[in-house]
Every structure is written in C-alpha cells, then in structure tokens.
Design a protein around this ligand. Structure first.
Ligand SMILES: C[S@@+](CC[C@H](N)C(=O)[O-])C[C@H]1O[C@@H](n2cnc3c(N)ncnc32)[C@H](O)[C@@H]1O
Length: 409
C-alpha cells in the first residue's frame, strides 16, 4: 500500500516534470509564431493582445489561460454584472479583423467542441467509447459515416449540400424582400458557402462519371478524342466539370466560362497542380455576351440553364461558339415532365432550392425569364428553339437527379 502511494507520487512528479519541460520546449520552438501573431494582433486591433479566461480544469479546479484577442472589447460590462463576464465579447456592430478571423479559424474552444461531440454522438453520427468521464471520452467516426461526411470525392458525400443550405439561409432577409417586391438575390451575394457547397456537391459526380457520360454519345466522344479538340464549359462555376472533361480527353483543350469572378479564381486554383493544368483556361465572362468567339467541338452547360436570367441569349451565344458539326450538351435537373403534386424526392429537393436560391438568383437581373430549378424538358425545348437550335434530344444517360439534353444547331 505504502509502496503504491510512493509509486503514484513518483508518477505524478514525473508527469508534472514532463508536462512543464514539454511546455517550455514548445514555447521556445513556437516563439517565432507566437511573436508574429502577437505583433499582427497589435497592429490590426491595438492593445491588449491577450486576455485572461478562467476555465474549469482537472476535477473542476479552476485555472487561468491566456488567449489571443480576436474581437473588439465590449465597452460596457456584461449586463451590468462584471462578475458574469467571461473574457472578451463582441462589441455591438464590431467586425472581426481579417487576421483575427484567421486566428479564430485555427483554434477551437474546448467547451464548445465537447458539447458538439456529445450532440454528434447522441444523434448517432459519432460513436462514443462509453466512458463516464466527459473530458476523457473518445469519439470516433464510423467508416460508413466517414464517406458521407468527409470523403470529398465520394459519390455519397453529402456535406456540401448542408453547406449550400447554410449559405442560402444566410440570405433569408433578402429572399423575403424579393418575395414582396419581385426582385432577386444575386448568386455572388450568397457568398462562399453556397458557391463552394454547389461546386463541392457536384465535384464527385463530374470526377467519377464525366468520362462515362460523354462516352455514351459516340460521335461526340470520337470528336473529342481527336487531336486538337476544343470544348467550352459554360457556367463552369469552380471548374470541376471543366477539369473532369480535360481528364477524360487528353487531346483536348477546355475553356471554362462563368460570370462569377470568385468562382473563376477558385477554378484556377483548383486546376493548379493537376495533370490538366496546361489544357484548361478559365474566363470571367457573361456567356450571353455576343462578342464571345470560338470554334468549339462541344459546348457544355452543367446545372445552370435554369439559373440564367436570359437562357435564350446564352444558348444563342453557345450555338455561335460551335464549330461546324459541333454539339451543345446541357445537364439539368431530372424533374418530372409536368408539375405533379405531391412530387417525388427529386422534385421536393429541387423546389426547396428553387425557392431559396435558383429563382431569386435568376430574378436578380432584369429582364429575366425566372425559370426556377424545376425546369421541365418542354421549357428547355422552347429555349433551344428560340435560340435557333434545330433539335433537342434527351440523351439515354442514366442519373438519379440529372437529365442530359443534346442540342444540335
Ligand atoms: C448552380 S451554378 C452551377 C455551377 C457549375 N456548373 C456546377 O455544376 O457546379 C450556376 C452557375 O451559372 C453561372 N451563370 C449564370 N448565368 C451566367 C451567364 N450568363 N454567364 C456565365 N455564367 C452564368 C453562375 O455564376 C453559377 O456559377
């Protein structure tokens, strides 16, 4: 018994020694980063650089930590009760400086993360090890959940859709205004979450299926396989479709065109360091611009015609971009031929996005036809005819949520 207590003391002493020595070494090694962070906060937000926060430690014993400041100090005390203040709070109307945003992104508060882990475990998304010690408990992500949540190239990856919903919800006040006055909300105004959610949601589809899709259109496949083939990918967003076409056709050059500058900048970054970097180019342009020129074997428009304020103008410009014998392929939503209520899962999903994103987005410009996400095949046939195409064929490419159309000049 005595020996055990002695052993414990030795162990505790060794641990304290090890922790303190380790912390001292880490402080010395990380001091350039800590110093640079402190200087940057001082320059961007002034003093103080750090603030104290009291936290509950082992066995609930309170301890004080020093944290880098990333928000403006609140001028008044917390609800007039300074004893309830826990560190620094956001002053009303204050913005978080850019550098501070970076600091905040790279660190997480333990208490919040613990609550989130518990929430994820009770909903069955994470598995918990059954320990009663809330701080020592270990959580794991089951293999099947990993694919859906974090494997960004898996066809089962769902996280981007959640991000897109968050991005659309952010614009709810603007959408409500648009409902009242008939205006719209521009795609660019929805910001990063929607744009990146959309791009990341379609990325695995393009990555795994593009070669198969285009391979099912024999004459187009033959033409794109020949040396010197040229493709224009209209409304390419962040460029994953453009990159996938270039990967499928090593002899081809592919130009991605999109109105949205941040999307085009990201598309350029996405292509950097890929094997197709020297065969893709991205252009921030309005695809309806009659000045666009080219002689392309194929023009593609993936999941975007229904978003356009003037689809006939864009399809007309796309027709003029085609070389003799060239083809336009449109991929859009596989909604029913006609409105039917109640609708299937695809219709429900698409109408949700229509109300929150696609319709307000297309109505942000005037004039606008205001298509909405549930673009029926007959609607596209009408646009194609008005743009001068001689025929529209629905291609026999199977997909649960997308339909493919071939438009011949
Ligand atoms: C729903 S996103 C689809 C993006 C991409 N094709 C994808 O599948 O991820 C619609 C895209 O259409 C683009 N767009 C809409 N009207 C356009 C126009 N007139 N010219 C070029 N791009 C346009 C938007 O900027 C947006 O990137």
């Amino acid at each position: 018994m005595v020996k055990l207590v002695g052993d414990n003391r030795v162990r505790a002493f060794t641990k304290v020694l090890f922790d303190r020595l380790g912390a001292a070494v880490a402080l010395v090694v990380l001091s350039p980063i800590i110093g640079a962070t402190a200087v940057s906060i001082r320059l961007s937000m002034g003093a103080p650089v750090v603030f104290h926060q009291v936290r509950a430690g082992h066995d609930g014993v309170p301890f004080t930590i020093l944290k880098f400041r990333t928000m403006e100090m609140r001028a008044a005390s917390c609800c007039g009760r300074p004893e309830t203040c826990r560190g620094i709070q956001m002053a009303p109307g204050a913005t978080i400086p850019r550098f501070a945003r970076f600091v905040r992104r790279t660190g997480l508060d333990e208490r919040y993360v613990r609550e989130w882990l518990e929430q994820q475990a009770v909903t069955g998304i994470l598995a918990a090890d059954g320990s009663e010690d809330a701080r020592g408990r270990r959580y794991t992500l089951p293999a099947g959940h990993r694919e859906v949540l974090v494997d960004e190239l898996s066809l089962a990856h769902m996280t981007p859709f959640v991000r897109a919903i968050v991005g659309s919800m952010r614009m709810l006040p603007g959408i409500m205004e648009a409902f009242a006055d008939g205006g719209g909300v521009a795609w660019a105004d929805y910001g990063d979450d929607l744009r990146e959610g959309q791009a990341a949601g379609n990325r695995p589809q393009f990555h795994h299926l593009m070669a198969d899709w285009l391979g099912q259109v024999p004459d187009v496949h033959a033409r794109l396989s020949a040396p010197g083939a040229r493709i224009a990918d209209v409304a390419c967003g962040e460029g994953w479709s453009t990159i996938a076409i270039a990967r499928a056709y090593p002899n081809a050059r592919v130009d991605g065109i999109d109105l949205d500058e941040p999307a085009i900048e990201q598309a350029r970054r996405n292509a950097t360091d890929t094997e197709v970097a020297d065969r893709v180019a991205f252009h921030a342009r309005d695809a309806a611009d009659p000045a666009l020129q080219g002689a392309f074997d194929l023009v593609t428009v993936f999941e975007a015609v229904h978003d356009m304020s003037q689809p006939v103008a864009v399809l007309g410009a796309a027709r003029r971009l085609l070389a003799p014998g060239g083809t336009l392929i449109v991929m859009d939503e596989r909604v029913a031929e006609q409105f039917t209520a109640p609708g299937d899962d695809v219709e429900r999903f698409m109408y949700g996005f229509s109300v929150l994103v696609c319709l307000p987005n297309s109505l942000a410009e005037t004039p606008s036809v205001g298509t909405g996400t549930a673009m029926r095949p007959d609607t596209l046939r009408g646009y194609a005819q008005d743009a001068g195409f001689s025929g529209v064929t629905v291609l026999a490419i199977e997909h649960p949520s997308f339909r493919f159309y071939r438009l011949d000049p």
